[in-house]
Ligand binder design. Structure first.
Ligand code: ZN
Length: 318
C-alpha cells in the first residue's frame, strides 16, 4: 500500500452561531422572547464563543426580530460569548450600540437585483450609506465587519463575476473593514467555485479575514465548507438544527446545521471548542420548541461515534 498523504487543514476554527438571527427571522410563527432566550442560553452552554444574536432591522420589515433590544438585554450576562448584530443602516447601528452591542455586521448584496429586493437600493448606493455607521461605531469603540450576500450566486442574476466581488472587497478595505463574511445566502455555491473564488480573493487581499456563511439549500454546504478549509479559512457561520431558510426555495434546507458542521470538523480532527453532545441535545430542544428543524443530519442519524450493538456472531455461526 502506498503511503498516505497528509492534507493540510487548519487545526482550529471559530464557529459563529447565527440561528438567533438568520434562523429565527426565517420563521413565520412568532417565537416568544422567552423561548429565544432559552435557546440562546442553551447554545451558550455548548462552548460556542461567537453568536449573531439578532438584526436591528425595522420591526415592520422583519416582525420576528422586533424584540431585538430585549433579546440582547437578557443575553448580555452570558460570559465568554462575543455577540454581534446585523445592522442594515445607521438607525439600526444606533439601536444596537444603545443596547450594548460591541460588534456590528453590515448587510450588503453582491448584485444590484438582490440589493434592490433586500435594501431597496443599488449595491454601490448601499455602500455609500455605510459612512455614518462607521463614524458612529468609531465614536463608541464598536467594531464593524462586512458581509456580502449572494456572493456565489444570486437568485436573479446567477453567478457573480469575480471582478464584482473584488470591487466590493476593495471598497470595504477602503472603509477600514478587516473581516468579510461571504454568504451563499441561497445555496448556489459549489465546492470548486468556492475554492477558486477564495484562491483569487486571498491572493488579491492577503490581509483580509474571510468567513463563510453557507446555506445548505442544495446539499452542498458541507462540501463548500471543506473547500474553504482547504484554503485555510477558519471562520464559519452555522445555525442550530439547520434553522434558516431561503425565500426563493420555500421548504428548502436552511443554514448549514451547527451540529453537522461541528461533527464534520470533529471527525476530521479540527477543533471547534464546542461540545458536540451538548450541541445535539440543544438541536433536539430547538426542534421541539420551534416545531421543526431545517435539515440536520445529526438529528436524523446521530454522530459516527454512536455505534450500534454488534451482531451476535455466535448465533450466526450457530
Ligand atoms: Zn444566511
Amino acid at each position: 500500500m502506498s503511503t498516505l498523504t497528509n492534507l493540510e487543514l487548519p487545526a482550529k476554527v471559530v464557529i459563529c452561531e447565527v440561528a438567533p438571527r438568520d434562523g429565527f427571522q426565517a420563521e413565520n410563527e412568532w417565537i416568544p422572547t422567552e423561548d429565544k432566550i432559552k435557546i440562546i442560553k442553551k447554545l451558550a452552554g455548548t462552548g460556542i464563543q461567537s453568536m449573531e444574536i439578532t438584526s436591528f432591522v425595522h420591526p415592520k420589515a422583519i416582525p420576528q426580530l422586533r424584540d431585538a433590544e430585549e433579546v440582547v438585554r437578557q443575553s448580555q450576562d452570558l460570559a465568554g460569548i462575543a455577540f454581534r448584530a446585523l445592522v442594515p443602516n445607521v438607525k439600526g447601528a444606533q439601536r444596537a450600540i444603545d443596547v450594548g452591542i460591541k460588534k456590528l455586521k453590515l448587510m450588503l448584496s453582491a448584485t444590484d437585483s438582490h440589493s434592490i429586493s433586500n435594501a431597496n437600493c443599488l449595491t454601490e448606493e448601499a455602500m455609500n450609506g455605510f459612512n455614518p455607521i462607521f463614524e458612529l461605531a468609531a465614536k463608541h469603540g464598536v467594531k464593524v465587519g462586512g458581509s456580502i450576500s449572494v456572493a456565489f450566486g444570486c437568485p436573479y442574476e446567477g453567478k457573480v463575476p469575480l471582478e464584482r466581488l473584488a470591487h466590493i472587497v476593495e471598497r470595504y478595505i477602503n472603509l477600514g473593514i478587516e473581516e468579510i463574511s461571504l454568504a451563499d445566502s441561497t445555496g448556489m455555491a459549489n465546492p470548486r467555485q468556492v475554492y477558486e473564488t477564495l484562491g483569487a480573493l486571498k491572493a488579491n487581499f492577503p490581509t483580509m479575514t474571510f468567513s463563510m456563511h453557507l446555506h445548505n439549500t442544495r446539499g452542498m454546504a458541507l462540501a463548500n465548507a471543506f473547500a474553504a478549509l482547504e484554503h485555510g479559512i477558519t471562520h464559519f457561520d452555522s445555525s442550530i438544527a439547520g434553522l434558516g431558510g431561503c425565500p426563493y426555495a420555500p421548504g428548502a434546507t436552511g443554514n448549514i446545521a451547527s451540529e453537522d458542521l461541528v461533527h464534520a470538523f470533529s471527525e476530521m480532527g479540527i477543533e471547534t471548542g464546542i461540545n458536540l453532545e451538548e450541541l445535539i441535545k440543544t438541536a433536539k430542544y430547538v426542534k421541539q420548541v420551534i416545531g421543526h428543524d431545517g435539515g440536520s443530519y445529526m438529528l436524523q442519524a446521530g454522530p459516527c461515534s454512536q455505534l450500534h450493538a454488534k451482531p451476535k456472531i455466535q448465533e450466526k455461526l450457530g
